[in-house]
Every structure is written in C-alpha cells, then in structure tokens.
Write a protein that binds this ligand. Structure first.
Ligand SMILES: [Zn+2]
Length: 301
C-alpha cells in the first residue's frame, strides 16, 4: 500500500472513481432482495471481477461492496452478527483488485431508517454502528471512507464523526443523493438544499464532498449540480458520480440509457468545471467508465 495519500494526490491531479456495483452483481446472478454483502465471502471472485473490470477501465478509486454494511441493514437479512467479517472481506476483495497503485474507498451507505426525532435511532447508536463497519473496512485495507447516497445531513455528520473516530487522519468523502425540485434547484429527499447539505458535511470534517446517484436527474442536471457543489464547497474538493442518465421503466425494469460517449462528455464538462473526482452510479458499467476515464485523461494532459 505504498501509494501517496489520496488528498495529496488529488491536489496534483483529478482522479477517476469506479461505477455501479449493485447492477453488476445482479448481472452475475444475484437476485434482488438478496444481501449483496454475503457475496464478499460466498462469491469473492465475482465481486473481485467487477472491481478488476473497473480497475482495468482506468478507475483509480475502487469502492468496496459494503453499501448495506451497517448492523441496521444486515439485521434485515439476519446477519447483524457478521458486520466485522463481511465488511473486512469487502475491503480485502477491493484491496486485492485495486493493487498498489489504486485507492480503496470503504463504502458506507445509509442505515436505512431515520434518526430521532423522526425515527427511533439515536446519533450515538448510529455512530457505534458506523464505527463497527468502518473499523472492519479499515482493517481490510480501505484507504478512505465514502459516506454516500446520503439524504439526511445529520446522518452524514455521524458518518464523518465515526470515520474520524476510527482514524483521525483517514480521508472522508460525503456524497448526497439529490433530486431536482425546480429548474436549477436541488434538494435531498429529506429536504436540505445543496448548500445546507454540503456545509454541514464540511463543518463535520469531510475532506471531499459531492453528489452521487439521485432521483431522475439528466446528465445536464448533474453538470448543473456540479457547478452548485463547487460554488459552496470552497477549497474542499468535489466528487460527482452520475447515474447513466435519468432512468425509464420498461416492463417493470429500470433502464438507464446514457451511452459511454455521453457519459464521457459529461465527465469532460465536470472536469472542466473543477470537479476533482468523477465516477458513475446506477446504470454505469466498465464500458462507461473506460470512456469517462479516457475523457478525463485527455483533459488532464
Ligand atoms: Zn445510484
């Protein structure tokens, strides 16, 4: 793991993150409703194949398969007692695929419920759950923590606090899922604006902030969002992981239509705007990331 610190490298050059994991697992035979975390121990070669496909596509940041890795989410699959094992395995599989020159982002997704007063979970309970997950991700070899697809800034803040409590120096990234509420206006499902959401993450100590996924956003919306994120992030680097365009439903299936070339165009525009890390979310494949990585490299030179 003798590669430079992620933040130091990011100050020198933009970096390419990977794309979707969930849809890739489904393509390899996982059924929806199944716990993807189990694949880290039962089908590690399949998870590793996905990571390697992204690494070969030129992605420098590889995200662990641990989106649903908190005790709260694993509990629904009867796996609450396997938090450490499954997260450590997720990081080990990603570490092996990332190699010495790639960085592993320990993925932390939403815990799937609401903090009090809306829900019953206290910030202390959530902090403990995130700490258990993040401790295992770091043990398995994660270089940074990615707190992603956030809607509630309070949850994102707890995620940052938990990561920094595990390792005060580990880089922490927070990305929110936004929806468009009016032309040019974005909010998370919980209501906060881009400015509110980003400022709270930075105040909590996030080293990188941004957006991933989202609801019904077009590629132009992601560009608009990128500009807004840059406007409020100040000197904090910004990361954007768009879906492969706005999805449509066909015979009960969600389909993302954006082509690799279209995604490459968006990556080029985001990079020109000043976004430092670009990857993909729902519907993106290694083909999309290959085109995006090439576009970023071209602009890099
Ligand atoms: Zn997504």
């Amino acid at each position: 793991m003798q590669h430079p610190d992620l933040l130091r490298e990011l100050a020198r050059r933009p970096l390419c993150c990977d794309g979707a994991m969930g849809t890739q697992l489904l393509e390899r035979g996982m059924t929806s409703g199944q716990c993807g975390m189990l694949w880290n121990v039962e089908r590690p070669e399949a998870v590793g194949d996905i990571h390697r496909a992204y690494r070969n596509a030129g992605c420098e940041l590889i995200t662990t398969n641990s989106f649903g890795g908190t005790r709260f989410v694993l509990e629904r699959h009867g796996l609450a007692d396997r938090v450490s094992e499954l997260n450590r395995a997720a990081a080990q599989v990603a570490r092996a695929a990332a190699g010495g020159s790639g960085w592993v982002l320990g993925d932390v997704g939403p815990f799937g419920d609401f903090l009090e007063p809306v829900g019953d979970v206290t910030p202390d309970e959530l902090r403990a759950a995130f700490r258990d997950q993040i401790t295992a991700l770091i043990e398995g070899g994660a270089d940074a923590v990615l707190v992603e697809t956030m809607s509630d800034p309070a949850e994102a803040v707890v995620g940052v606090e938990a990561a920094k409590a595990c390792d005060a120096r580990i880089p922490v990234i927070v990305t929110y899922a936004f929806q468009k509420t009016a032309p040019g206006h974005f909010r998370t499902l919980m209501g906060p604006t881009v400015a509110e959401a980003v400022r709270r993450a930075i105040a909590a100590g996030a080293d990188i902030v941004g957006a991933n996924c989202g609801t019904g956003l077009s590629l132009d919306d992601y560009l608009d969002l990128g500009h807004q994120l840059l406007g409020v992030a100040g000197t904090t680097p910004v990361m954007v992981q768009p879906n492969a365009g706005a999805p449509r439903t066909e015979a009960g299936k969600t389909i993302y239509d954006a082509t690799p070339e279209q995604m490459a165009g968006t990556a080029r525009q985001l990079l020109a705007a000043g976004v430092r890390i670009i990857g993909g979310c729902c519907g993106t494949t290694p083909l999309h990331l290959t085109a995006m990585g090439r576009a970023m490299h071209g602009a890099d030179r």
